[in-house]
Design a protein around this ligand. Structure first.
Ligand SMILES: C[S@@+](CC[C@H](N)C(=O)[O-])C[C@H]1O[C@@H](n2cnc3c(N)ncnc32)[C@H](O)[C@@H]1O
Length: 750
């Protein structure tokens, strides 16, 4: 029903020349404001909706390119819109209708815009357009209903806007940052014409030519099937043209805070190229706002400086700090406080360059020069936004769902806390001392290339909204083995922690995955058609793509879980049922592949079947957040590393948005981000592992060997395209950024 109403509303907008992509987010916001009361929205042939869209468009006009999110957060247009609807309708609004669409409440009187009348009345969207100074061709007025018989000609008609406006943000009319960024993105990219900026008093609505998510810059790899140092057995041809599309999650939104730290940042050599951890000495919970008090700096273990890279000659300038708030449970909540640092607009370019692997020491030197010649001192609590304006920093908000009392790791604000001259990586240990073993980087193929920049993290970190709560209270007696001692595997009877794996531990006493368990996991992975798919009633993935008109679930594979003992268990850290939580113990190396696959990961030692190699680590994002990143992507970035944590979707009914999670290793990740794809007989398989919480919407994704792996053999992983395609019929699941056609092509080649 709601879906039909939404379609009718969108059709009505389309009939007056407003593309669906533009109308949809506004409609969503209105629905929220009006508490899904369609009466208000449908009144006067969707007058309120048309008004809201026009306001947004107008705001965007005023706000220039719409990049300046923080500076332009005046919510006025939204209040005006809602109030106008009330005035015109003489209808009592729903309870929250005096909130603006960003969820704020205000008693402020509306500002009148130039050429706008408080008294304007009309019969619907078209008259509303006209009353607002927008010329609409007569034929549209003859349309009896906006919900049907849309006048296609009208879509081609320019709607001449007669008013000019001041600076108003495009984002303010949205209920959330997500919606705001999405709509602004769409408007910027799809509604405006190239000539629009030159047209003083007019605006042209044009049907978008490209649907969001389909505009990609493709990179063609020309891989061959030449062997690597050690060719895997029975090596089939790697796909020679992966044509991984423009990665959606590759480019972070051009938010003002997505910039580098400069100015007050001190320079570090590469051997200190790591964050400084700060922690409450007394171990007490540090609330937001208190984090600056009672801190003790704990320099993090760092590796010796490499000697081979010319990159090392370049001085790093901006480590960012990680605040670690410890809870009363003694758990840790690090937050990256890059936002508190002064930043420069050019850092975003640096990040892009790094991620595109085109970042060079020369660029760093140039940037140094630019920065040092900057005469203006930058205040600590200010930043320069994408428009080049200096603005006051906002204290990042911790979302409701991200509890500081949990021990979840929270990156409160993103990204790109890059220094102007930070070495890309320590080639002696790309993990910067974060792992128990060093992980070197070698390039035997070309001279100048090193892996693109990213922040190495050994454990997952929540980006912002993901709900990941580790609390002892959540762990019931059936989820831990409080009475155990030392090594659970040595006990005569498997303890309660073996319950998840059918009463038997998944690991052998040698720390390997048991054959039967591994066989079953591999079978599920490689032959998903033999296993059940779970279909959610309200699929979070579909919802993240379109929560007004979300489609039916395409199905998810129900995977087998391993459950490891943890802190509430009585056993020791040496217990055989603790493997993944101990981290990487194998000698691994990042290397440049010879087959055009870019960087890869290999083992330096022979590995037996069932050996744990590493976990897939990244930022924990909600699917909504990933979708936002996607929508914000404008660039040509080549590397993107998102995977869905959907192994348990559907089994607990409808998941909330903040529980539908994925990992994105694009900006923060570990060595797993270097593992390349291999069809069908990859030597690694990812297996969900429960460690800290029995809530299965969050788990660790651990890689185990599917067979014996030779020393120096590349480690590969089947990115699971088969499941994606069989389940979805379109690009989703792991790597759901890849469109179906590309995935199919890869599968064919494989
Ligand atoms: C998870 S990353 C792997 C690390 C990547 N090679 C790098 O240099 O950072 C995935 C990307 O690697 C490349 N890739 C992965 N498997 C590949 C394969 N079998 N053949 C060619 N390229 C591959 C694609 O560009 C893909 O987008």
């Amino acid at each position: 029903m709601a879906r039909q109403k939404a379609i009718a509303a969108l059709n009505a907008m389309k009939a007056i020349g407003i593309p669906t992509q533009m109308a949809k987010p506004v409609l969503k916001n209105l629905l929220k404001v009006y508490e899904n009361n369609w009466e208000y929205i449908e009144a006067e042939n969707y007058r309120v909706l048309a008004d809201a869209i026009l306001d947004m468009q107008e705001s965007q006009e005023k706000g220039g390119k719409g990049k300046d999110v923080i500076a332009n957060d005046d919510p006025e247009p939204c209040r005006m819109r809602v109030r106008r609807a009330r005035q015109d309708d003489h209808t009592p609004p729903p309870s929250n209708a005096n909130s603006n669409l960003a969820g704020e409440t205000s008693q402020k009187r509306p500002r009148l815009e130039a050429g706008e009348s408080r008294e304007h009345k009309g019969d619907g969207p078209v008259s509303s357009l006209r009353s607002r100074g927008i010329m609409v061709d007569e034929p549209s007025l003859t349309q009896p209903s906006f919900g049907e018989a849309a006048n296609q000609d009208l879509l081609q008609q320019p709607l001449a806007r007669q008013t000019t406006t001041g600076v108003v943000p495009p984002q303010t009319c949205n209920r959330s940052d997500r919606a705001g960024r999405t709509s602004s993105h769409l408007n910027n990219r799809q509604i405006k014409t190239p000539n629009q900026d030159k047209m003083d008093n007019s605006i042209i609505f044009k049907e978008p030519k490209v649907e969001p998510g389909t505009e990609f810059l493709q990179k063609h790899h020309t891989g061959n099937c030449s062997s690597d140092l050690v060719s895997p057995k029975d090596e089939p041809c790697e796909y020679d043209s992966p044509v991984f599309e423009t990665p959606i999650a590759m480019m972070h939104p051009p938010e003002p805070h997505s910039s580098a730290n400069i100015g007050q940042q001190s320079c570090h050599s590469s051997s200190k190229s790591h964050s400084t951890l700060q922690q409450n000495v007394d171990g007490s919970m540090t609330q937001k706002g208190q984090r600056n008090n009672a801190k003790e700096s704990l320099p993090v273990n760092a590796c010796t400086t490499g000697t081979t890279s010319e990159l090392l000659a370049v001085q790093e300038s901006s480590s960012f700090n990680v605040d670690v708030a410890s809870s009363d449970l003694g758990e840790i909540i690090p937050t990256i406080d890059a936002l508190k640092k002064p930043i420069m607009p050019c850092a975003y370019d640096v990040m892009s360059a790094c991620l595109n692997n085109s970042f060079s020491p020369a660029a760093l030197v140039d940037m140094d020069a630019t920065l040092s010649s900057d005469p203006s001192p930058i205040q600590k609590d200010t930043l320069i936004n994408q428009s080049g304006r200096i603005q006051k920093m906002k204290e990042p908000e911790v979302p409701k769902s991200t509890s500081l009392t949990s021990c979840s790791l929270v990156v409160v604000q993103p990204h790109h806390a890059l220094g102007r001259a930070r070495p890309l990586h320590d080639v002696n240990d790309i993990s910067k001392g974060e792992e128990r073993v060093r992980i070197s980087v070698v390039n035997e193929i070309s001279r100048e290339e090193y892996p693109p920049f990213f922040n190495y993290i050994p454990r997952n970190i929540v980006y912002q909204n993901a709900y990941v709560s580790f609390s002892l209270a959540r762990i019931g007696d059936e989820d831990c083995c409080a009475d155990c001692f030392n090594d659970c595997l040595a006990a005569p009877i498997p303890c309660t922690c073996a319950r998840e794996t059918g009463g038997e531990f998944a690991y052998t006493s040698d720390g390997l995955m048991k054959k039967e368990f591994l066989d079953e996991c591999i079978s599920k992975y490689r032959e998903p058609q033999k296993h059940h798919l779970f279909y959610c009633k309200d699929c979070p993935l579909e919802r993240s793509k379109n929560d007004v008109l979300s489609e039916a679930c395409k199905g998810h594979l129900v995977r087998k879980f391993v459950k490891e003992c943890w802190s509430k268990c009585g056993c020791s850290m040496h217990c055989g049922n603790r493997v993944v939580q101990r981290g990487i113990t194998r000698n691994l190396q990042v290397f440049l592949t010879s087959e055009g696959k870019g960087w890869g990961l290999r083992t330096l030692d022979e590995l037996p079947r069932g050996a744990f190699v590493c976990e897939y680590v990244g930022e924990v994002l909600t699917n909504m957040e990933l979708y936002d990143r996607t929508m914000q992507t404008t660039g040509n970035a080549e590397h993107t590393y998102p995977v869905l944590l959907d192994a348990d979707w559907g089994s607990e009914g409808a998941l909330k948005d903040e529980e539908a999670l994925c990992l994105d290793a694009t900006f923060y990740g570990n060595v797993a981000r270097f593992i390349n794809h291999r069809c069908f007989d990859a030597n690694l398989i990812e297996i969900p592992v429960e460690v800290e919480t029995p809530d299965h919407h969050y788990y660790h994704l651990a890689f185990f060997t599917t067979r014996k792996v030779e020393a120096f053999e590349e480690l590969t992983w089947d990115y699971d395209f088969a499941e994606i395609l069989s389940a979805a019929g379109e690009g989703q699941g792991h790597w759901f950024n890849e469109p179906t056609e590309i995935l199919k092509r890869i599968l064919r080649i494989c």
